[in-house]
Design a protein around this ligand. Structure first.
Ligand SMILES: CCCCC/C=C\C/C=C\C/C=C\C/C=C\CCCC(=O)SCCNC(=O)CCNC(=O)[C@H](O)C(C)(C)COP(=O)(O)OP(=O)(O)OC[C@H]1O[C@@H](n2cnc3c(N)ncnc32)[C@H](O)[C@@H]1OP(=O)(O)O
Length: 194
């Protein structure tokens, strides 16, 4: 299955992605970028609690357990929730590049229904970079990391400065994270100065 829009396919002159020298070692958890994130936040009671691990290249793996609250049809995961899981897995690549980027475009293919109770084995990797544009792809497999592909996505992420969040986020949450030493440490890790 190929993407339907050229925007998520790298141009011929795009550069190969480079694993940041201080990226988490292969197998290490990459951590959550925000404790209240719906995708990865440990403090988010409604969230997916995705915990990604660094791969050996510019890639990550993660598992997502589909719970009853994720249903769309009876006993089956909602497509939007699956897109969120793919988006979050792709977002975790930020830690491997040590770049802050946000989703510009996400194209999702749904190949098999995903039952409640199943574990979706996610993998994501950066395919290319061109200026601020980061091209990446992700897939989710059933029955183990080598099982059949149920969902996949191609994405274009756009690099942003930390100001993107400060200028656009609601003040209440921005002020809270600015006073959080964990966030300040993380911002340093990304070589930004909020
Ligand atoms: C307060 C302290 C916080 C500290 C945090 C510290 C560390 C955080 C670390 C990581 C956390 C970061 C992110 C979260 C990670 C994962 C979560 C999952 C991912 C998400 O869930 S994230 C949310 C959803 N996401 C958005 O909320 C984006 C809304 N959006 C915008 O904010 C703008 O839209 C933006 C910034 C994307 C671009 O705006 P812009 O003005 O900067 O740039 P511009 O428009 O010039 O685009 C530049 C070039 O990209 C091309 N381009 C742009 N958009 C395109 C599209 N859609 N399709 C095709 N091409 C596109 C243009 O065509 C141009 O291409 P060219 O250069 O060739 O002309």
């Amino acid at each position: 299955m190929s993407a339907t829009n050229t925007a998520v396919q790298p141009p011929a002159d795009a550069a190969a992605p480079v694993r940041h020298p201080e990226a988490p070692a292969p197998g290490e958890p990459v951590g959550s970028h925000y404790a209240n994130c719906f995708g990865c936040g440990p403090d988010q009671p409604h969230g997916l609690h995705l915990a990604a691990r660094a791969g050996e290249g510019v890639d990550i793996t993660a598992e997502f357990t589909v719970r009853p609250e994720h249903q769309g049809a009876p006993g089956l995961a909602h497509g939007g929730v699956l897109a969120t899981a793919l988006d979050e897995a792709l977002g975790a690549l930020n830690w491997i590049l040590r770049v802050i980027s946000v989703t510009g475009r996400l194209e999702t293919d749904y190949l098999r229904p995903v039952p409640v109770g199943s574990v979706l084995h996610l993998s994501a990797r950066v395919t290319a970079r061109a200026g601020r544009k980061i091209y990446a792809t992700a897939e989710g497999r059933l029955d183990g990391p080598d099982g059949p592909v149920a969902v996949r996505a191609d994405a274009l992420f756009i690099e942003v400065k930390v100001d993107h969040f400060i200028e656009n986020g609601r003040q209440e949450e921005i002020q809270a994270v600015m006073h959080d030493p964990d966030v300040r440490r993380q911002a340093r890790a990304f070589e930004v100065n909020p």
